[in-house]
Design a protein around this ligand. Structure first.
Ligand SMILES: Nc1ncnc2c1ncn2[C@@H]1O[C@H](COP(=O)(O)OP(=O)(O)O)[C@@H](O)[C@H]1O
Ligand SMILES: [Mg+2]
Length: 327
């Protein structure tokens, strides 16, 4: 049995819209509109989609805090609404924009409280805490009240908090939102490790494709409440011309660089934007080729954003039907 199963899941919200000066009209928003997928144990799946696609709503149904309007949700064979406590013991949750830590207490106190809330045996809790404190370099922060932590520091605390009771499933909702590059990398590395070393199944909801680039082989793309792609990330890149952009800052303005495998999309003074596909050329090769032609001050690589990929899927004529790998 798959650890997570959704079958024809829908969630609608009634909203009231102003209609004229006094009257208000009731309208139904279908946040999730017939979603089905399964997640096997030990896997790491990216749940990707633009803002408003229905990612958070799906996660809230997996936790059991929202009741589906239709369809069936199961986590470890349990109905998350009816068996909310049993399901809670099996999962860890991190919301990038909400904290599960006690704001005014030192970080350590939150970890103590969670031990009691989840009734984690002391030895196991201690071993887990030691491991995560080490892995996430939390020792210097344990005595600090959560409200004094930076966002990146707090997120390391959130990840630890979510893992202390040895969940089988980790649900993350935009865990890297607002983080700088270093803090993002740290979160991603942590997720890769708990998946690899502890076999934790991970569902990572994000609108940042960078999050899943190195982590998830399988991605589900959600758009307006529907899964429009379910398959390998690699296949998606091949199929929809997944292009990256190398942004180079040259020492001085130059004509568009003629580099094999890339085309210059934009030039602004000494800065140039080179689009390339990884099938054609690697970022390292491209950088070397640029450095042969001009003096390079700085560079950055930009991943395509989710909106662009979603748009491409529609442009390719797949709109309305989920794209699944031919396995
Ligand atoms: N409690 C709610 N009441 C009314 N509308 C909601 C509620 N929660 C979410 N929505 C709407 O449902 C849609 C999906 O939201 P959400 O699941 O938060 O998307 P995502 O997490 O992918 O950004 C959005 O249009 C959002 O405005
Ligand atoms: Mg969300």
């Amino acid at each position: 049995m798959a650890l997570v199963e959704l079958e024809g899941v829908e969630k609608s919200f009634p909203i009231w819209e102003r209609h004229g000066r006094v009257r208000r009209r009731r309208r139904i928003v279908r946040a999730v509109d017939g979603v089905s997928f399964r997640i096997e144990r030990g896997t790491m799946v990216g749940y990707v989609g633009p803002n408003g696609a229905g990612k958070s709503t799906t996660i809230k149904m997996l936790i059991g805090i929202l009741v589906p309007s239709a369809g069936r949700v199961s986590v470890a064979g349990l109905d998350p609404v009816r068996r909310r406590i049993d399901v809670a013991r099996r999962l860890g949750v991190v919301f990038g924009q909400r904290s599960q830590l006690w704001w005014d207490l030192p970080l350590q106190d939150s970890f103590d409280l969670l031990r009691h809330i989840y009734r984690v045996p002391f030895g196991r809790w201690r071993a887990n805490l030691d491991a995560f404190v080490e892995l996430l370099d939390l020792a210097p922060l344990l005595a600090t009240p959560v409200r004094q932590l930076s966002l990146g520091q707090r997120m390391r605390g959130e990840l630890t908090a979510a893992m202390l009771h040895d969940p089988e499933l980790l649900l993350l909702d935009e865990p890297t939102i607002g983080l700088d590059v270093v803090a993002k990398a740290r979160v991603r590395e942590f997720l890769a490790r708990v998946n690899r070393e502890r076999g934790v199944t991970v569902l990572l909801a994000t609108h940042d494709l960078g999050d899943i680039e190195r982590l998830c082989s399988r991605i589900l793309i959600l758009d307006r409440g529907r899964v429009i792609y379910d398959g390998e990330l690699e296949e998606l890149k091949g199929r929809y011309g997944y292009e990256r952009t190398l942004i180079v800052d040259l020492e001085e303005p130059a004509p568009p660089l003629a580099v094999p495998g890339a085309r210059v999309e934009r030039v602004e003074g000494p800065r140039q934007w080179l689009r390339f596909r990884r099938d054609d050329v690697s970022a390292a090769e491209l950088t070397a080729a640029v450095a042969e032609r001009a003096r390079l001050l700085d560079l950055a690589i930009e991943e395509p954003d989710v909106e662009e990929i979603v748009r491409r899927i529609y442009v390719e004529g797949m709109a309305g039907e989920a794209v699944t790998p031919a396995t």
